[in-house]
Design a protein around this ligand. Structure first.
Ligand code: ZN
Length: 464
């Protein structure tokens, strides 16, 4: 402890000491606020995120944290709250989306918008994706504000609409009509993603930080041909052509490639494994040269998705009556490209595979180039250090998400973006995101409060 100058010491005596809450009270706050927040129905469509923005704003107002709501379409809104820093360093954005995917209540054991707690689990649509993380971010800025944390950078709390459908909220927030002026200059962005797995032994296996993600490149195939009576087959009918094209797509093996982020993830995993697989994971490039290893990795659903561009045939539409040969047919492919891939080159590859000029192939919707952030950053090192302190011996690794998050929109601004959460989950619990009985462990929610706060305060606190 450094000696306090006399004048300052006197002025401190004159001021009431800042009330500092015990850390445990923030844990209780996080659990209580999450349960309340899960009751705000933001099913998208239609979204109604304005309700969630108001929920946040009421709390932020109470805490004296300035915030603004931008209702950019009826009922659709973003919220931005700001903790001001000295601006000697560029800002940090804590981002969370407020919308959730629909829930079929008849398939749930608990009502999806109840925030009910049973056997240490908090239930509700959004418990994983991603209202839990939104609350961790909120409690972090509340604590920073209450404790009078002096900041070198502005900390933004950004809650967005429509992540689950069209990114309309994030696109608006990053547009000139939104908050681009402020957000576009940030150094760091933390949002959903990452993967922290609890193993079969109940212990955390690793913390995975999402530094890269694949890009959805959805495609529609259409064919047309002569319609006719089903009693007299037409060899080159629209549907026969489509079936043949789809079979070629199904058989097509895309090339396996090793990106640095994926290489590190596998290498870190190898440390906890045994047998030939550990050998492969330690040196993926070498493994891919061995036909047996390459085949096994190709057939491993999880590993495969990290190593190559993937294609899932997801929609087929044709015909309306058993005895009528339809005159047209269409199918949709969910293609996911690795970061750095050229969509036009992939399209050309697929046209070559299908090898039928009568099958039209066209992209659906907007394609956003998949991107990644470096790991050699202060934020990455702080996350590693913090996890090591709170969970000694548990490895921290990188993870490439096979889905897409709002990171893809912010990285082009020169902002380092990570999918990071300290929340732990079993693979069964992870699968409840977008599934039935979505839930998060109360104990991980509590324990994550300090972890998240430590990361943010280490990154942003004032340094002499
Ligand atoms: Zn999400």
């Amino acid at each position: 402890m450094r000696p306090v100058p006399l004048v300052l010491a006197l002025s401190l005596v004159a001021l009431p000491a800042p009330a500092v809450d015990p850390p445990a009270s923030y844990e209780q706050m996080a659990v209580d606020l999450l349960r309340e927040y899960l009751q705000v129905d933001t099913t998208n469509p239609p979204g109604n995120e304005l309700k969630a923005a108001r929920f946040y704003k009421e709390i932020l107002d109470r805490e004296g944290i300035p915030s603004e709501i931008d209702e950019f379409a009826p009922g659709r809104a973003n919220l931005l709250a700001t903790l001001k820093g000295s601006a000697t360093r560029r800002a940090l954005i804590l981002a969370n989306h407020m919308d959730v995917v629909p829930a079929d209540a008849s398939r749930w054991t608990m009502p999806p918008f109840s925030g009910a707690v049973k056997e240490g689990l908090i239930y509700g649509r959004g418990a994983q994706d991603m209202k839990s993380e939104g609350i961790l971010q909120l409690v972090t800025i509340i604590r920073a504000r209450r404790e009078g944390l002096a900041l070198d950078r502005d900390v933004y709390f950004l809650a967005t609409a429509d992540e689950e459908v069209d990114f309309a909220g994030a696109l608006r927030a990053l547009s000139p009509a939104g908050w681009r002026e402020r957000l576009g200059r940030a150094e760091y962005f933390i949002t959903e993603g990452g993967e922290n797995v609890i193993g079969d032994d109940g212990k955390p296996q690793y913390f995975g930080i999402d530094t890269a993600e694949k890009g959805p490149f959805w495609l529609r195939l259409t064919t047309s041909g002569t319609p006719g009576h089903g009693s007299r087959p037409l060899a080159d009918s629209a549907l026969n052509r489509l079936v043949r094209a789809l079979e070629r797509v199904r058989q097509h093996k895309t090339e396996m490639k090793v990106l640095p982020v994926v290489e590190r993830f596998f290498r870190d995993q190898a440390a906890t494994m045994e047998g030939p697989r550990a050998e492969w994971y330690r040196d993926l490039r070498k493994a891919l040269l061995d036909p047996e290893a390459a085949q096994a990795l190709y057939e491993d659903r999880e590993a495969s998705a990290l190593l190559r561009n993937t294609i899932s045939i997801t929609v087929v539409r044709a015909g309306y009556k058993t005895n009528v040969i339809p005159g047209s047919a269409e199918a949709e492919l969910d293609v996911r490209l690795l970061p750095g891939e050229d969509p036009q080159a992939f399209l050309a590859e697929l046209r070559g595979v299908i090898d039928d000029p009568q099958v039209q192939i066209a992209p659906i919707g907007t394609f956003r180039n998949p991107n990644e952030s470096p790991t050699d950053t202060e934020l990455f090192r702080i996350i590693e250090r913090t996890i090591r302190r709170h969970y000694p011996g548990v490895p921290v690794t990188t993870k490439m998400l096979s889905g897409a998050t709002e990171s893809v929109l912010i990285r082009p601004f020169g902002t380092v973006s990570y999918g990071f959460t300290p929340l732990l989950a079993t693979s069964e619990e992870v699968a409840t995101a977008h599934g039935d009985d979505e839930r998060v462990r109360e104990d991980t929610m509590r324990r994550s409060v300090a972890v998240f706060y430590d990361v943010v305060s280490d990154l942003c606190r004032h340094r002499n």
